[in-house]
Design a binder for this molecule. Structure first.
Ligand SMILES: [Zn+2]
Length: 233
């Protein structure tokens, strides 16, 4: 590191996006301590998946618990603060979580934003994540799933409203690729969005669909999601 850069870092240290502690020059936007200690959820999300009557998804996995403030700050940074470089930092971390389950012919499918929302934000955080995981594992990313209906944000909606909100929101603009498909999204809340996407892929002939999320709402792993257990149309 140059003397000038070292001095600048000493005077104006970068702070970890998650915990707010000073970052060392070799760290990215998140300190190594947070990367190692942010709380994990059950990697198979059994509590959540067990409550679904739908069998659209063959496997669901998430990394961190969205119930923890540090994780919410990371997701917020990825989604709203334009820290698109953050995805490149998170990709390898998420890749390590899922690599044991992935095969080299698997294809990653980002959960799409509506074009209007993507234009406003400048990027789709799920696509950035999918590309970063794809780069880390040498997997293809397919962006043929599109959001055709502008839906209100899922934030603040209950499980049933979430399912209603995304009904008919997704379509395909291309033939589904060969191989197993993995949907990629930033947060798994009730699973309504992932299930709606999986249903579209299944109807188009996909035989195997999984889902990967950076974080999952741990509170939803228990009884609270039973209300969501109505089959999708
Ligand atoms: Zn930290």
């Amino acid at each position: 590191m140059s003397l000038g850069r070292a001095l600048r870092h000493w005077l104006f240290p970068d702070l970890c996006l998650a915990c707010g502690e000073r970052l060392s020059p070799s760290e990215g936007r998140i300190c190594l301590c947070c990367l190692a200690t942010c709380p994990r959820v059950d990697p198979e999300c059994r509590g959540l998946v067990g409550s679904w009557t739908s069998r659209e998804l063959n496997r669901v996995t998430a990394l961190w618990s969205y119930d923890e403030e540090r994780v919410r700050r990371i997701v917020h940074g990825l989604k709203y603060q334009g820290f698109s470089r953050l995805a490149r930092e998170l990709g390898p971390v998420l890749a390590r979580q899922v690599q044991g389950w992935l095969q080299e012919t698997d294809v990653l499918v980002p959960v799409p934003l509506h074009p209007r929302r993507e234009r406003a934000r400048g990027f789709n955080q799920s696509e950035l994540l999918a590309r970063a995981v794809g780069d880390a594992l040498g997997l293809a990313v397919w962006s043929g799933l599109v959001r055709v209906r502008y839906t209100r944000s899922q934030t603040g909606l209950g499980p049933r409203e979430r399912t209603e909100n995304v009904r008919g929101a997704f379509q395909l603009r291309d033939r589904v690729p060969e191989g197993r498909l993995w949907l990629v999204d930033d947060v798994l809340t009730t699973g309504a969005t992932m299930l709606a996407c999986a249903q579209v892929l299944r109807r188009a002939g996909a035989e195997w669909v999984g889902a990967i999320a950076l974080a999952a709402v741990q509170g939803n792993m228990g009884e609270s999601v039973r209300v969501f257990a109505a089959p999708l149309p």
